[in-house]
Structures are given as structure tokens and as C-alpha cells.
Ligand binder design. Structure first.
Ligand code: ADP
Ligand code: MG
Length: 373
């Protein structure tokens, strides 16, 4: 019988940071709307700035592990944020990549992409297949790849590979591994094999979304890729898990006037995203307090693959148009806890006061003046 080798350090206090990348999608001008230009722009490969709504002659500057500007390709996002963590799952370690941000900002484009511009999911699965293939034979271990695909909707865990599935329970074993009894787990022999299971399940989800009114932007879609390796001589076994997550939209649904069922969903979405923000915060601030994984289904599920000895990346997707302004602001505040107010106009702004047009000076702003009385 295969012997399980615990690879997580269980209750140990060691926690690793969640790397935070921000991706700004290209500006999409609508022909029927007046063109206000972007309200966010990149500064360099780690910094961006957004107009300060309290004072349009100032910008708020944020710093991240990585900033991907609007010209960044799918390939570049994959190479810099995802590819480096993949070898760990062949060594029995866990990893997670999740896309966060308001609906319309590019989460699905980043994670899934299109056939012309494949995103993180197809690229990561291809790479894992390639890594496993190159390992076989040579190192004394046998490798196998498996997949599960699920959705968390209204705090219910639903199996996307098994139509009409019921809410599934989340459990923890003695070695602190999180598992979902009853969840479909399918062996993946090649990338084509993966696609055969993944594409119809994704299509089902998107079709349901038009019927059920944007359901796909209100649920978290979670793809799990599991690599199990068994040592031929000793039969030791190690399991590495990779979670690839397209999160629900982070916009504040209370503000968009949702009612009834929508409002109930909003509560559930807000609970899991709110808990995720507390978990990420607690991991990244390195405080010794309890990490509140158990407060939502999403964080409970990701518990063994987020923080601890796991490798985690959050890609915060943002959009440059003004209509996303407040959602962008709150997404950036979730992603970065420190920011800097810069006394530098984004585009040279003029402030109109009845009968007088005043160009604000630096002194005015520092003195907190709002113009001549
Ligand atoms: P979300 O999943 O966050 O709601 P989507 O991924 O559906 O957002 O993106 C909204 C729209 O913007 C889609 O039409 C998508 O193709 C487009 N888009 C998003 N990001 C990019 C990008 N980096 N380059 C080009 N188009 C993008
Ligand atoms: Mg989407």
C-alpha cells in the first residue's frame, strides 16, 4: 500500500506571502459615450497611479510586486506570474493563482483567455503536462495528473464536471489537507484530454450565466490540478495541488441597486471576498494572529494552498475607464495596503470656479486650499 508522506508543516507558524500582481486592461472607448480618457496609468513595472477623487490635481500611487500594463501579453503574464511556481506542484507542494477585480476588468481574459490569446489556465496545464513528461523515467518516481473543476456560488460548492451536483462538503484530514468528498476527479493524460473535460464544463457555466443573469460573474470558478507522484522503490507518495481561480466580481453589488436574489448573492460574494481579503492581509502583514480561513467556503477550500508552505499569486485585474473608478479604487486598496498621495496632476487639470479659472499650485494643495474665496 502506498505510504503517505506529509509534506505540509501542518500547524507550524511559518506563512509565506501572497505575491500581488496588478494587470491593467486596455482602454475600451465606446463610440456613443464621451471620451474621458483613462483614470489609471502605469508608472513602471511595479507602480501605477490613479486620479485622487478627493482632489483631481493629485494622484494616488500604489506599489505592487508586479504591474502589468495594458500592452502586456498573455504570454508575459504567464511567464512572470505563474510559470515559476509550477515546478513546486511536482514536488508535493501546493500553489494557487487567483484573478481578482471588478466584472469587466479582465479576470476571465487573464485566466481563460480565448483560442487566439490563451490565458493562464491552458498555459499552466500545458506546462504541467510538459514538466511531468520530462520527469518520467529519469528520477525514480511515477507521476499522474488529475483535475477537478468546481464553482462556489452563494456559499455552495458545486461540481462543474458533474451536472446537477448538490452542495458538497469541505473536509480536512489528519495531515491538514483539505478535501471535498464526492467531487469528480478525472485523470488527465495529456492537454487534449484536459480540454475534452474542461471546455464543455466551461461552456455549461457560461450558458447558465446568460440564463441566470450574469451568474458567472457572481460565482468563483475553481480549477484544481493535482499531481501525484509515487516513488517506485519505496511507494512513497506525494501530492501537489494547483488551484486556478477566476473569482466573482469584486464590485459592490449594494451600490449597483441589486435586490432580492441578487442581494442574497451579493451577501455571499461579499462574505467570501471579504474573508479572502482578511486572509491575504493577515498572511502579508505577518502578524501572528489567527488566519480566518474558516470564515468562508472559498478560503476554507484554499486553506492548504494559500499561505503556509504554499505558493500563491493574486492577479488583480483593473480597467482604466472612469465608470470603474470606485471599483478600481477598492480593488487596489485590497491589493496594496500602502499608498502614496502624489501632488502631481495626472493630466494637467484646471479647476473652474465661477468666473475665475484657477490653475492650482502646489502651495494651494499643501495648504489645503480649495481656491480663492
Ligand atoms: P471579467 O472576467 O473580469 O468580467 P473579462 O475577462 O470578461 O472580464 O473582460 C472584459 C472584456 O475585456 C472582454 O471582452 C475581454 O476580452 C476584454 N479584455 C480584458 N482584458 C483584456 C486585455 N488584457 N486585452 C484585451 N482585451 C481584454
Ligand atoms: Mg469573467
Amino acid at each position: 500500500m502506498a505510504q503517505r508522506v506529509p509534506i505540509s508543516d501542518g500547524g507550524a507558524k511559518k506563512t509565506s506571502r501572497v505575491r500581488v500582481a496588478v494587470r491593467l486592461r486596455p482602454y475600451m472607448a465606446k463610440p456613443d459615450e464621451k471620451d474621458e480618457g483613462p483614470c489609471v496609468r502605469g508608472v513602471d513595472s511595479q507602480n501605477l497611479e490613479i486620479i485622487n477623487w478627493r482632489n483631481a490635481t493629485e494622484t494616488v500611487k500604489y506599489h505592487f510586486d508586479v504591474f502589468h500594463g495594458e500592452k502586456t501579453t498573455q504570454q508575459e503574464v504567464f511567464l512572470s506570474s505563474v510559470k515559476p511556481i509550477l515546478p513546486h506542484i511536482l514536488n508535493g507542494q501546493n500553489a494557487s493563482v487567483f484573478a481578482y477585480g471588478p466584472t469587466g476588468a479582465g479576470k476571465t481574459h487573464t485566466m481563460l483567455g480565448s483560442s487566439e490569446q490563451p490565458g493562464v489556465i491552458p498555459r499552466a496545464v500545458r506546462e504541467v503536462c510538459k514538466l511531468v513528461q520530462s520527469k518520467n523515467e529519469e528520477d525514480g518516481w511515477d507521476y499522474s495528473i488529475g483535475m477537478s473543476y468546481l464553482e462556489i456560488y452563494n456559499e455552495k460548492v458545486l461540481d462543474l464536471l458533474s451536472p446537477n451536483s448538490q452542495d458538497l462538503p469541505i473536509r480536512e484530514d489528519k495531515e491538514k489537507n483539505i478535501l471535498i468528498p464526492g467531487l469528480t476527479h478525472t485523470t488527465v493524460l495529456s492537454f487534449a484530454d484536459f480540454d475534452k473535460h474542461f471546455v464543455p464544463a466551461t461552456l455549461n457555466r457560461t450558458t447558465a450565466s446568460t440564463k441566470l443573469n450574469q451568474r458567472s460573474s457572481r460565482s468563483h470558478a475553481i480549477l484544481l490540478i493535482k499531481v501525484v507522484r509515487t516513488q517506485r522503490v519505496s511507494h512513497r507518495q506525494q501530492t501537489g495541488k494547483l488551484y486556478l481561480v477566476d473569482l466573482a466580481g469584486s464590485e459592490d453589488n449594494r451600490r449597483t441597486g441589486n435586490q432580492g436574489i441578487r442581494l442574497k448573492e451579493s451577501g455571499a460574494i461579499n462574505l467570501s471576498l471579504f474573508t479572502l481579503s482578511k486572509v491575504v492581509d493577515s498572511l502579508n502583514s505577518g502578524t501572528s494572529g489567527r488566519v480566518p480561513y474558516r470564515d468562508s467556503k472559498l478560503t476554507r477550500l484554499l486553506q492548504d494552498s494559500l499561505g503556509g508552505s504554499a505558493h500563491s499569486v493574486m492577479i488583480t485585474n483593473i480597467a482604466p475607464e472612469y465608470k470603474y473608478y470606485f471599483d478600481t479604487f477598492s480593488a487596489l486598496n485590497f491589493a496594496a495596503k500602502s499608498k502614496l498621495i502624489v501632488n502631481k496632476p495626472f493630466t494637467r487639470e484646471t479647476v473652474t470656479i465661477p468666473n475665475v479659472q484657477v490653475k492650482r499650485t502646489r502651495e494651494d494643495q499643501e495648504a489645503g486650499c480649495s481656491g480663492p474665496e
